[in-house]
Design a protein around this ligand. Sequence first.
Ligand SMILES: [Fe+2]
Ligand SMILES: [Fe+2]
Length: 171
Amino acid sequence: MAEYTPTDAIALLKADHRKVEELFEEFDKARRSDRKAAIVQQICTELKIHTMIEEEIFYPAIKPKTDAAMVEEGVIEHDGAKVLINDLAQADPKAEYYDAKVKVLSEEIKHHVAEEERWITGMFAQARRTDLDMEALGARMAARKEELVAQSQKKGGLPVAKLEGLELIEA
Ligand SMILES: [Fe+2]
Ligand SMILES: [Fe+2]
């Protein structure tokens, strides 16, 4: 069955958020390591695509018209999550810290989603009050998402998530 893809930018992003929340709930219920690994791969793919469409299209569109500092915090929160995403995308589900990494990622995402969706002062609420055409923005995001989903299904899948503002310093 084809997934419902909203054309309103904010509806599209919120639908992604709900999908990832469901996947984290499924992970909590999973016991077998192959099942855990499969769910984590799905979470990583969803989050890579979601952060890419936000950073390539949504954030740059809203940044000049909303609280730009909040948008920048969003990018850095994405970077923090991407460190865990890139680690988990290649991690062994039986390895030490695996469940801890998934748990911390879910907490980071929960915090970030709350900032985006917060009533009145959140990023999406601010975006809604601008004169931006959310349908047009959503259509661009849906098209980009389709490309990235296709790429994720090809051999090799999606590349490692690229950090936008953080620099990783190796000890
Ligand atoms: Fe988001
Ligand atoms: Fe985000």
